[in-house]
Design a protein around this ligand. Structure first.
Ligand code: GAR
Length: 200
C-alpha cells in the first residue's frame, strides 16, 4: 500500500475528495499524514474528524530552507511515497523536491501554463478567456510549472463571478486529482521532455 502525504494551507476540499476516493478503495494507497502550514487551516479539522493523522507545522516567519527541512523530516517519519499539494500556498524549495524526485503533485485552478500563481480564477475572468479549468502536474522548483499529468476544461459563462467560476472548476479538481494519483501510482507513466505519457 503506497503512503500519501498531503500538504495544505486552508479549506482542504481537494484533500477531502482524495480521502473519499481512498476510503472507497478506489486508490491503492493510504493517507499517512496531513500537514498544514497554518494553524487555522480547516483541512486539519477535516483530517482529525476522519481519524487521519494530521499536524500543523506553522511556516510563518520561517526561512524556506529551514521550513522545508522540517516538512521533509515529518513526511519521511511517516514513510510517505507520494506528496500531494492540496491548496498548499507556498513554493517548495529545490531541496525539498530533491528529497521526493518525481513524487510531488500539485493541483492548480487553471489550464496551465495560463494563469499561474495566485487568484487563477480571477486572472481568467479578467483576461476574458472562454474556457479555463484545472491542472494536476508534477512539481518542480518553479511556480506551477512541472510536467502536466491531467487537465480538465471548464467553460466561462457570461454571468460568472470568481465564486461561481471557482465552484465549477473545483468540482473538476476533485475528480481529476484522484485520477492523477491513480495514474502516478500505477507506475505506467513516463516523462519525455515536458510530456507525461502512458496515462491512458
Ligand atoms: C484549489 O482551488 C486549488 O486548486 C488552489 O487552491 C484551492 C484550494 O482549495 N490551489 C492553488 O491555487 C495553488 N496554486 P481546497 O483547500 O478546498 O482544496
Amino acid at each position: 500500500m503506497k503512503r500519501l502525504g498531503i500538504l495544505l494551507s486552508g479549506r482542504g476540499s481537494n484533500f477531502e475528495a482524495i480521502a473519499d476516493t481512498v476510503a472507497a478503495g478506489k486508490i491503492a494507497a493510504e493517507i499517512a499524514i496531513v500537514v498544514a502550514n497554518r494553524p487555522e487551516a480547516r483541512g486539519l479539522e477535516v483530517a482529525r474528524l476522519r481519524g487521519l493523522p494530521a499536524v500543523c507545522i506553522p511556516s510563518k516567519g520561517l526561512d524556506r530552507t529551514i521550513y522545508d527541512g522540517m516538512l521533509v523530516e515529518e513526511l519521511k517519519k511517516h514513510a510517505v511515497d507520494l506528496v500531494c499539494l492540496a491548496g498548499y500556498m507556498r513554493l517548495l524549495s529545490a531541496g525539498f523536491i530533491r528529497e521526493f524526485p518525481g513524487r510531488v503533485l500539485n493541483i492548480h485552478p487553471s489550464l496551465l501554463p495560463s494563469f499561474p500563481g495566485l487568484d487563477a480564477q480571477h486572472q481568467a475572468l479578467e483576461h476574458g478567456v472562454k474556457v479555463t479549468g484545472c491542472t494536476v502536474h508534477f512539481v518542480d522548483e518553479y511556480l506551477d510549472a512541472g510536467p502536466i499529468i491531467v487537465q480538465a476544461a471548464v467553460p466561462v459563462l457570461d454571468g460568472d463571478t470568481v465564486e461561481t467560476l471557482s465552484g465549477r472548476i473545483l468540482s473538476e479538481e476533485h475528480r481529476i486529482y484522484s485520477e492523477a494519483i491513480r495514474m502516478v501510482l500505477s507506475g505506467t507513466l513516463r516523462i519525455e521532455g515536458r510530456r507525461v505519457l502512458g496515462g491512458h
